[in-house]
Each structure stands twice: as structure tokens, then as C-alpha cells.
Design a protein around this ligand. Structure first.
Ligand SMILES: [Zn+2]
Length: 174
């Protein structure tokens, strides 16, 4: 079927003469292709929003959920690495004390005090390092009382973690 000049008329959107309009209407009645083209042109002129494909919203939500899960996993990995970096060296340093404490319950108290002192100094060191990082990253210099408070808080947290560990795994006497 010859679609010209009807296709051009549909695409160009020029005003048609009454004779052209009559011929176009006659062609649209018999030509499915041009009728479809006219329909699309009509829809576009009306500014009809094209509905999204079925399931689009669900797929979008699933993708969003997957993306969030990936970010969560990355966050957990980062925190684990950070914890390993902070706790690893401390554990390595403490390990001989812990092993002696487990083997010889008599020396437990003395070692406990040693460990305590070590943990407190470790906590203060970590607290100071954290404060330096804080200052570097934020340009914020806390007052001396804030410094003391943060050092003390870090020491207390480490103490608390160590106490929990002692309570949950009592030393076995030989
Ligand atoms: Zn046609």
C-alpha cells in the first residue's frame, strides 16, 4: 500500500486542506499502519504519560533493596576491619599475660592488676590517638576536660569489655 503522502502529513503536523484531510481520513480507515501512526501522534500531542512496564515498581524496589544490602555488607566489613585493626594488636600484646593467667591461677590477681594497668594505658593511648584523628578531621579542638573525659571513657569501655570476657570464660585450673 502506498502510504505517501499520508505518512508525511501525519509526521509533519502541517495544517491540511479540507481535501487533504478527507483523503487522509479515507486512508486511515483502510491502513492499519498509518492509523497506528496517527494514534501515536495524537497521544503525544495530548501529552499522555506513558505508563511504566508492568512490574517496574517492584523491580525498582528490589534493585534498591539489593543496593542497600550491598552497602550494609560493605559497612559491616569496614567496621570488622577497623575492630580487627584496633583489637588485634592489643590481643597480641595481652596474649602472654592471658596464657600465664590460665596456666597459673595463683598469679591471677597480680596479672589481673597488670592487665588492668595495661588496658588502661592502652585505652588512654587509643583515646589520645582518636582525639588526634578527631582534631585532624574536624579541625575542632576540645577543651582539656573533654580530652580527659574521652580518655577515661575509652579506658572504661576497654575495662568493661575485658571484664565481660573474663566473666564469660573463667580460667581452667590444671
Ligand atoms: Zn498507510
Amino acid at each position: 500500500m502506498e502510504h505517501r503522502p499520508f505518512e508525511d502529513w501525519l509526521l509533519e503536523e502541517r495544517p491540511l486542506t479540507p481535501e487533504q484531510r478527507r483523503r487522509l481520513q479515507a486512508h486511515l480507515r483502510v491502513c492499519a499502519d498509518c492509523a497506528a501512526l496517527a494514534e501515536v501522534g495524537e497521544a503525544l500531542r495530548r501529552g499522555e504519560a506513558v505508563a511504566p512496564a508492568p512490574g517496574f515498581v517492584d523491580r525498582f524496589r528490589m534493585r534498591l533493596a539489593r543496593e542497600r544490602a550491598r552497602q550494609r555488607r560493605r559497612g559491616v566489613l569496614g567496621i570488622s576491619l577497623l575492630a580487627a585493626g584496633v583489637l588485634g594488636p592489643g590481643l597480641v600484646l595481652l596474649w602472654p599475660y592471658l596464657m600465664t593467667a590460665i596456666r597459673s591461677p595463683a598469679a591471677l590477681l597480680a596479672l589481673w592488676v597488670h592487665s588492668l594497668a595495661f588496658l588502661i594505658s592502652l585505652g588512654q593511648a587509643i583515646g589520645r590517638a582518636g582525639l588526634i584523628l578527631l582534631q585532624v578531621f574536624s579541625g575542632f579542638v576540645p577543651p582539656a576536660s573533654g580530652l580527659l573525659l574521652i580518655s577515661a571513657a575509652t579506658g572504661l569501655i576497654l575495662l568493661w569489655v575485658f571484664s565481660l570476657w573474663r566473666i564469660s570464660s573463667p580460667p581452667q585450673s590444671i
